[in-house]
Structure formats: structure tokens, C-alpha cells
Design a protein around this ligand. Structure first.
Ligand SMILES: *[C@@H]1O[C@H](CO)[C@@H](O)[C@H](O)[C@H]1NC(C)=O
Ligand SMILES: *[C@@H]1O[C@H](CO)[C@@H](O)[C@H](O)[C@H]1NC(C)=O
Ligand SMILES: *[C@@H]1O[C@H](CO)[C@@H](O)[C@H](O)[C@H]1NC(C)=O
Ligand SMILES: *[C@@H]1O[C@H](CO)[C@@H](O)[C@H](O)[C@H]1NC(C)=O
Ligand SMILES: *[C@@H]1O[C@H](CO)[C@@H](O)[C@H](O)[C@H]1NC(C)=O
Ligand SMILES: *[C@@H]1O[C@H](CO)[C@@H](O)[C@H](O)[C@H]1NC(C)=O
Ligand SMILES: *[C@@H]1O[C@H](CO)[C@@H](O)[C@H](O)[C@H]1NC(C)=O
Ligand SMILES: *[C@@H]1O[C@H](CO)[C@@H](O)[C@H](O)[C@H]1NC(C)=O
Ligand SMILES: *[C@@H]1O[C@H](CO)[C@@H](O)[C@H](O)[C@H]1NC(C)=O
Ligand SMILES: *[C@@H]1O[C@H](CO)[C@@H](O)[C@H](O)[C@H]1NC(C)=O
Length: 443
């Protein structure tokens, strides 16, 4: 072993051997300075100062304790690093959690925003869930928690989504780079516009859509199954809207991140191999990319002609030349001369799809069943398609009615749900004859 490496190992050992403290709290009388680390009671998580990648800047973060691979799951001052090792994280006299560059400096580099400005005696504690909780020492009332202000990581038992009463949105923003935990361009959120759906954004451009909740999973995540490891909860009521991966066994380590290059990834930690195992990522295939085939189309990777894009019934390519050259991004327009308000209209069923974007031009009626939904859609000339809102709850609950373009629909082989697209008599007649032969095309 060369001397430099030996020195490095010694330094590392020295650093790790310091992490033997069993303290898991920060208080007025017990601040932590750069070099100090607090560890959750079962020694699962650690909080302290770190420098990411090749950076020399200092940040306060939470990482997995006892893991050779430093994996950050939360960063306090992500957009305001400290330039030296003079940082101190403490609870101040008002009871707020504050990070100062120098002990004496007046303006904190970072602080938890607590509504009660005179909470008084408070204690910040790092829990074995990975949550840092600031609470009043007398009543135990939680004033602030890191789970409400995620950086790029969702942990089990954390709510991903909204507290509608306070307007708090718990969403993810990627790091800028492995050397910079600052807020990057990629983010993922539960979007409440229209009918709620989970989305991945680059800036404010939609990159990938998990789609709306089906009762069992998001429409665009067929792999999402209940009762495997997680007890998945999805709540959408007047107070809250969130997804939560419940997990009772805290020795199972799992996380979902939005990474620096714009992908959502899910990992579990292998105790056997001592590494993270990535078991899911999105977007993964061409049809996952938002609007790959443009409006009013269906993206299907399994078409025999090798081109993913097909127009929805009653539509034809908007730009035939590009379409012929296999650029489907222009999407489809209604065939000339087809009105959507004639006698003899009906619906063509597309099976096993990710529902079109539900963020605009969607009406939701949770009290209608599928048959009533069809009737209501048919009776309104502007309704172009309908579907069950929670298709996988008790065989289907509620009614979604689309009034604008049908954007970002895609086909799955074994998952997805039914979408009913409005079609005129000619289109319906064609289907009944052709469907017999063109099984592959629409099935
Ligand atoms: C660190 O240094 C940079 C550049 O000199 C400065 O802009 C920044 O404010 C400093 N950070 C803090 C926390 O003082
Ligand atoms: C911060 O400064 C005060 C007053 O100068 C001192 O009593 C205290 O020990 C300092 N704390 C740290 C963590 O350096
Ligand atoms: C605290 O609130 C202020 C003002 O609303 C905001 O600028 C700041 O980013 C917030 N800080 C944190 C850590 O959330
Ligand atoms: C919190 O309250 C308990 C019980 O009154 C006390 O023993 C403890 O020292 C207090 N902790 C802090 C940080 O003030
Ligand atoms: C974010 O996007 C802007 C505009 O496209 C670009 O200039 C910038 O470099 C990007 N930032 C990162 C961290 O990739
Ligand atoms: C799953 O989570 C829900 C809501 O948090 C809870 O009511 C239920 O008891 C949990 N089920 C199991 C098996 O842990
Ligand atoms: C982000 O995730 C994608 C897909 O899993 C992966 O190919 C890429 O290397 C990841 N980027 C980083 C910076 O880890
Ligand atoms: C049809 O639906 C649209 C969009 O919801 C609505 O504005 C319009 O009033 C409805 N028309 C009728 C006749 O109900
Ligand atoms: C569908 O996508 C087109 C083109 O991207 C956009 O102009 C339109 O507003 C979108 N409509 C809906 C209902 O999402
Ligand atoms: C395409 O079809 C094959 C065979 O039916 C199946 O194994 C594969 O998963 C399908 N791919 C997609 C993207 O649906």
C-alpha cells in the first residue's frame, strides 16, 4: 500500500472512529460543529457535515450510518454551502434549528422555518426512520421535520405530496451534480392540477408521467404492486394528497431519488452484497417520454412495423411526411369531415393503456360508475373520451371525462387500464369489421 493511501485509510478510520457517539439530539446546550456527528438510536442514520464528491464546500446532511458508500438522503443548506469548517448547527434561544458559518455570525446560512417564533425549549432528534424532527421539549409537539422538506430522496414512511391545509408540497429536486447538492433542473412532484398525477419535470417541461392513481398503482407504473415490502398508501381528500410507502421493518433500507441526469430510481440495500440494488427506473423506454408520439396518439412499443406511434380512432397524422419518416412527435389531428356530435356515435375501447394526461380539460365525477360515465360523456359533444377514475378499486370507481387533446397515452402488454375514445358511426363500423383481423393492432 502506498503511503498516500495508507494516510487516507488512517484518516478515514479516524473519521469513522469518531462516529461512536450515541447522541441523537441537538439542543440549545448541545449544538454540533463541523466534525461532530449525531446517530439515530439504532444507529441506522447519521447527521453531520460533509463535502460531496470533489467539492471542498461543507454541507449539513443526513446519510446512512454504517455504510461504506456515503449515500446522502437529505441536505439542509443545499443552495448555500459553507466555505470552511467553521459551521455550527444548533437550536437557538427561540427554539429554531439554525446553521451558522461561524458561531458568532448573525445571519444563519440555513434555518428551519417554524411558524411558532417563540417555541422556547426545543430539541431536534434524528429518528431511526431518517427523519430529523424539531419538537418542543415540554409538549413534544412537532414544529418542523426534514420529511416535510425533502431534497432528492423519498424514504419509506415519508409522505410524497401535499398538505392542502397549509399548502406544503413535499416534492423532490435533483442535485445539480454529484459534486453539488444544489437544486438542479429535474424535479418530481404529485401534481394536483386536474386529476392528480405524479410527474417528472425538467424545469417546467414534463419529462415523464406516472399518470393518475388507479386504486392500486399509478396508471403509468405497472410494476408498482402492493404488499410486497411496502404498505403503499395513496390519499386524496380535502386535507391531503400524498403517496406513502409504509414500512414497519426499519432494518430494510430503501429509497427513491430523482437523479442528476433526470431519472427516477428506486433502490434497496443488499446486506449480503453491501451495495444498493436499483430495481426500477423511469423513464425507461421511448414510450415513457412525455408526448413521444404527440397529441391524440397511442405509443406502442410492440407494433409489428417497428414504429411506436399510432393515431387514436378518428384521428390521422398531423404531419404525414414526418410521420412517414417515423417522427411521431407532431401527433394526430381529427380526420377531416368527422364531427364528434352526430347520430350513431359510440366509443372504441383501448385496453391496457396509461391514461392520457389528466392535468387539463378533464372533468371528474367520483359518483358515476362506468355505464353512467359513458352516457354522460356521450351526451356532451365536447367529451372526447372517458375512463374509470380509480379503475382498480372494486372493479372501478368514478368517472374521468376528457374534453381536449388526449396527450401522452401509451400501451402496455400486461397492465394499464381501459380508455374509451369517442368515435363516429363510420369509425365504429370499421372497427367491428377490422378488429377481427387487426387483433394485433389494437389488442
Ligand atoms: C462562500 O464563498 C462564496 C464566494 O466567495 C460566497 O458567495 C458565499 O456567500 C460564501 N458562503 C457563505 C455561507 O458565506
Ligand atoms: C459559541 O459562542 C459562545 C459565546 O462565544 C460560546 O460560549 C460557545 O461555546 C460557542 N459554541 C460553539 C459550538 O463553539
Ligand atoms: C424559510 O422561509 C423563507 C421565506 O419564506 C424562504 O425564503 C426560505 O427558503 C425558507 N427556508 C427553508 C429552509 O425552507
Ligand atoms: C427536556 O425536558 C426534560 C424533562 O423536563 C429535561 O430533563 C431535559 O433536560 C430537557 N432537555 C432539554 C434539551 O432542555
Ligand atoms: C439547467 O438548465 C439550464 C437551461 O437549460 C442550463 O443552462 C443549466 O446548465 C442546467 N443546470 C444543470 C445543473 O444541469
Ligand atoms: C398500512 O397502512 C395503513 C395506513 O397507514 C394502516 O392503516 C394499515 O394498518 C397498514 N397495514 C399494515 C399491514 O401495516
Ligand atoms: C440516473 O439514472 C439513470 C437510469 O437509471 C442512469 O442511467 C444514470 O447513470 C443515473 N445518473 C446518475 C448521475 O447516477
Ligand atoms: C360539456 O362539457 C364542457 C366541459 O366540461 C362544459 O363546459 C359544457 O357546459 C358541457 N356541455 C353540456 C351541454 O353539458
Ligand atoms: C396536449 O399537448 C399539446 C401539444 O403539446 C398542447 O398544446 C395541449 O395544450 C395539450 N392538451 C392537453 C389537454 O393536455
Ligand atoms: C412486447 O411483446 C413481448 C411478447 O409478447 C413481451 O415479452 C414484451 O414485454 C412486450 N414489450 C412491451 C414494451 O410491451
Amino acid at each position: 500500500m502506498n503511503p498516500a493511501k495508507l494516510l487516507l485509510n488512517t484518516l478515514l478510520f479516524f473519521q469513522f472512529s469518531q462516529i461512536s457517539t450515541s447522541i441523537d439530539t441537538i439542543s440549545l446546550s448541545q449544538p454540533i460543529k463541523d466534525g461532530d456527528v449525531i446517530v439515530s438510536s439504532r444507529k441506522i442514520y447519521a447527521l453531520g457535515f460533509f463535502s460531496p464528491g470533489n467539492s471542498v464546500k461543507r454541507y449539513v446532511g443526513i446519510w446512512y450510518n454504517q455504510m461504506s458508500e456515503l449515500t446522502l438522503l437529505w441536505v439542509a443548506n443545499r443552495n448555500n454551502p459553507i466555505n470552511d469548517t467553521s459551521g455550527v448547527l444548533s437550536v437557538n434561544i427561540q427554539g429554531n434549528l439554525v446553521l451558522h458559518e461561524r458561531n458568532q455570525s448573525t445571519v444563519p446560512v440555513w434555518q428551519a422555518n417554524i411558524s411558532d417564533a417563540s417555541a422556547g425549549n426545543t430539541v431536534a432528534q434524528l429518528l431511526d426512520t431518517g427523519n430529523l424532527v424539531l419538537a418542543r421539549n415540554d409538549t413534544g409537539q412537532t414544529l418542523w421535520q426534514s420529511f416535510d422538506h425533502p431534497t432528492d430522496t423519498v424514504l419509506p414512511n415519508m409522505k410524497f405530496g401535499w398538505d392542502k391545509r397549509t399548502g406544503l408540497n413535499r416534492y423532490l429536486t435533483a442535485w445539480k451534480s454529484p459534486d453539488d447538492p444544489g437544486s438542479g433542473n429535474f424535479s418530481s412532484t404529485l401534481d394536483l392540477a386536474g386529476f392528480p398525477q405524479m410527474l417528472l419535470y425538467k424545469g417546467d417541461v414534463k419529462l415523464w408521467r406516472a399518470g393518475p392513481w388507479t386504486g392500486q398503482r399509478f396508471s403509468g407504473i405497472p410494476e408498482m404492486t402492493r404488499n410486497f415490502i411496502f404498505n403503499i398508501t395513496y390519499i386524496d381528500n380535502q386535507d391531503e394528497a400524498y403517496l406513502c410507502d409504509g414500512l414497519n421493518d426499519l432494518s430494510i433500507l430503501a429509497r427513491m431519488i430523482v437523479n442528476e441526469t433526470g431519472f427516477l430510481q428506486r433502490f434497496t440495500w443488499s446486506n449480503q452484497d453491501h451495495r444498493w440494488i436499483g430495481y426500477w427506473t423511469a423513464p425507461a423506454e421511448r414510450c415513457d417520454y412525455y408526448g413521444y408520439c404527440g397529441p391524440n396518439s397511442n405509443c406502442n412499443l410492440n407494433l409489428t412495423n417497428g414504429f411506436e406511434c399510432t393515431c387514436l380512432p378518428g384521428f390521422e397524422p398531423k404531419y404525414p411526411k414526418e410521420w412517414f419518416l417515423r417522427d411521431g412527435s407532431g401527433g394526430c389531428k381529427r380526420k377531416p369531415g368527422t364531427s364528434t356530435c352526430q347520430k350513431g356515435e359510440g366509443f372504441i375501447k383501448l385496453e391496457r393503456v396509461k391514461l392520457p394526461d389528466t392535468s387539463v380539460a378533464v372533468n371528474v365525477d367520483m359518483n358515476l360508475g362506468l355505464k353512467a360515465c359513458e352516457e354522460k360523456c356521450l351526451s356532451n359533444c365536447s367529451c372526447v373520451a372517458y375512463a374509470s377514475a380509480y379503475a382498480e378499486t372494486n372493479g372501478g370507481i368514478g368517472c374521468l371525462m376528457y374534453h381536449g387533446d388526449l396527450n401522452d397515452t401509451r400501451k402496455y402488454t400486461n397492465a394499464g387500464q381501459d380508455l374509451f375514445v369517442r368515435a363516429n358511426a363510420a369509425e365504429l363500423g370499421k372497427m367491428s369489421v377490422l378488429s377481427f383481423f387487426l387483433y394485433v393492432y389494437y389488442a
